[in-house]
Design a protein around this ligand. Structure first.
Ligand SMILES: C[S@@+](CC[C@H](N)C(=O)[O-])C[C@H]1O[C@@H](n2cnc3c(N)ncnc32)[C@H](O)[C@@H]1O
Length: 278
């Protein structure tokens, strides 16, 4: 039996090598544009839940005032080094309460670790209680049901080590869905690590959530967000191609009172709206 989520604990030192911050520059541009298109210009206060090594965030800190939360102290340590001006807190995105309001809550690929609809409801509640009215939620699961392919093998595109002494690492990830009746899939990962000519292979298991796009939209709408689905560039393997964007319409007290959202003119039902950046 492989260890689980080792990439965020004993193997976390590999994160900047196998997924370097530079690789996020293009995608971060989409996040920046999505924030500005919906909130306007300005140094908005943003909260990233599941900030990990802060690689995506590192491309947004010169534009926005950021706070980052993650379960893993090892990953937060990477982000602290990369993003020294960002406030970092250890916490679970389903339960953390910072007692502050933000203009936008961002959840990058870390939202993939929400395994059930209850997990998604919990994280959307976390987002809602941290957003001012009209605030923005952006979430980007690696995969949705529509993009999952049983048995797909992903070979990560990793640049050669840039600093002398850094190990050379190859990563292969196999996706499988042992029980299509539930909302989780498994990623079995092997890391082949070459440290000065000494080869070592480590294994890792990541269990992540898999939901249809319509479930994302309806749960976000239930949580009070007027939701649309925006395109992301993805990684060429069918992962990370959807950005779920929600504007907070209903306050916490309206949700508790069961108030309904008045749809904006021209908007019908819960069908996802596909739109692109202008
Ligand atoms: C792939 S990494 C995120 C990398 C990040 N997007 C970056 O740019 O560096 C996924 C992160 O999700 C975090 N995570 C998983 N479940 C979480 C939870 N329930 N609450 C907070 N963080 C969580 C992990 O600790 C890990 O750091």
């Amino acid at each position: 039996m492989a260890g689980s989520r080792r990439l965020y604990s004993d193997l976390a030192y590999l994160w900047p090598l196998v997924s370097p911050p530079e690789d996020y520059a293009e995608e971060a541009g989409y996040w920046r544009d999505a924030i500005r298109a919906r909130l306007g210009e300005g140094r908005h206060r943003i909260l990233e839940l599941g900030v990990g090594g802060g690689h995506n965030l590192s491309h947004l800190t010169s534009d926005f005032e950021a706070t980052g939360v993650d379960l893993s102290p090892e990953m937060l340590e990477h982000s602290r080094r990369l993003n020294p001006d960002v406030e970092h807190r250890v916490g679970d995105m389903r339960t953390v309460r910072l007692g502050k309001l933000f203009d936008a809550v961002l959840i990058h690929d870390a939202v993939s670790y929400m395994l059930t609809e209850d997990d998604l409801r919990a994280v959307f509640t976390t987002a809602r209680v941290h957003l001012r009215p009209g605030g923005l939620l952006l979430a980007a699961p690696d995969l949705v049901v529509e993009s999952f392919e049983e048995g797909r093998v992903l070979r990560w595109d990793i640049p050669p080590p840039s600093r002398p002494g850094d190990p050379e690492v190859k990563v292969e990830e196999r996706l499988t869905d042992p029980d299509p009746a539930d909302t989780t899939i498994e990623s079995w990962i092997t890391y082949t690590i070459n440290e000065g000519g000494r080869l070592r292979v480590e294994t890792d298991l990541h269990v992540t959530g898999l939901f249809p796009m319509a479930t994302w939209v309806s749960l976000m709408e239930d949580a009070g967000f007027e939701t649309e689905i925006l395109p992301l560039p993805g990684d060429g393997d069918g992962c990370g191609e959807h950005l779920f964007s929600g504007i907070l319409q209903k306050s916490q007290s309206q949700i508790l009172a069961g108030a309904s959202v008045t749809p904006p003119p021209g908007r019908v039902g819960l069908a996802p709206r596909f739109s692109s950046y202008s």
